[in-house]
Design a protein around this ligand. Sequence first.
Ligand SMILES: NC(=O)c1ccc[n+]([C@@H]2O[C@H](COP(=O)([O-])OP(=O)(O)OC[C@H]3O[C@@H](n4cnc5c(N)ncnc54)[C@H](OP(=O)(O)O)[C@@H]3O)[C@@H](O)[C@H]2O)c1
Length: 322
Amino acid sequence: MLKKKFSKSEDKTSLLGFGCWGIGKSLWIGAEDNKSKKALHSAINNGINLFDSALVYGDGHSEKLVGEVEKESGQNIFITSKIPSKKYEWPAKDDSTLKESFPKEHIIKSTEQSLKNLNRGYIDLQQFHVWNDNWANNDDWKEAIFQLKKDGKVRYFGISINDHQPENGIEAGRTGLIDSFQVIFNIFDQSPIEKLFPFCKENNISILARVPLDEGGLTGKINSETQFEAGDFRARYFKDDRKAQVQERVEKINNDVNGETDSIVETALRYIISFDAVTSVIPGMRTVEHLLSNVEIINKGPLPNDLINKLKAHKWDRNFYK
Ligand SMILES: NC(=O)c1ccc[n+]([C@@H]2O[C@H](COP(=O)([O-])OP(=O)(O)OC[C@H]3O[C@@H](n4cnc5c(N)ncnc54)[C@H](OP(=O)(O)O)[C@@H]3O)[C@@H](O)[C@H]2O)c1
């Protein structure tokens, strides 16, 4: 598995990372811990070292599984987590203040809770789970970062950018304190390419590409008949005629790709790693089968340029989280 340099550091993180939301079992129904742990172990055995979790994923359950598997494996992995806004807001609202959302004590307390869940002394990358660039020049968050780094509890800091607002973090990036941005980037949402990617290349900031498979929309498994279990957030994400819209869009992509890849998942993941600014793509995976299939796909490398150009036409300006 190819590893790329993480931000300005000497650390290297795997091009395929492991998205750990689904295994936390909150909002995603259907994960089984024994299967999730097997997938996590298989990831480590296949050279994956970046695992993206968050305090709120199953109220610490995802972090606990990742921490357990790291210890069982005897290997040192690169664990990322996230601090929820104290207001529990996704995304951060325009008029929410830093004082309400990320006061210094809250940043420190959340990090300490994540360390307990992980049963570990430090987090490699701690991220703000939402962000509002109006806060960029306020000192409170910077002081929290300095303290957590000085105490050896966090190595790097990043921002998980609000859904479909790829530029809402650039001002914070200019402070020099941000090592990575986690952003929605996939065939449907190509918006980070224009401004965020060049900014990150210029400033040596890593990109973690999240929701690479559009929450399942880019797996070919969603059609007008698909049903989600009660409590699964995808029942809302793919509500009304959205499943039919997704099915139609995927068919159009497949027609344009015309057999140049073996599946829509391959097209989707290789599209993302075709962009040099991307340090790691982090699909959510809950089974060994998906893990192994994605390892094989990523090892095939980037897509040819003519295909990337064709895929430009498939961007889709919408927000299904609303
Ligand atoms: N605000 C934020 O910071 C935020 C928001 C969303 C996501 N994230 C991060 O980004 C990660 C990825 O996003 P996501 O998990 O929401 O969505 P995603 O990666 O776009 O899609 C996950 C879905 O794709 C399926 N899948 C994965 N590999 C597959 C394969 N080879 N073939 C067929 N289906 C496959 C998964 O199935 P199984 O689960 O059944 O394996 C799951 O249903 C999250 O896990 C989390 O770490 C962060």
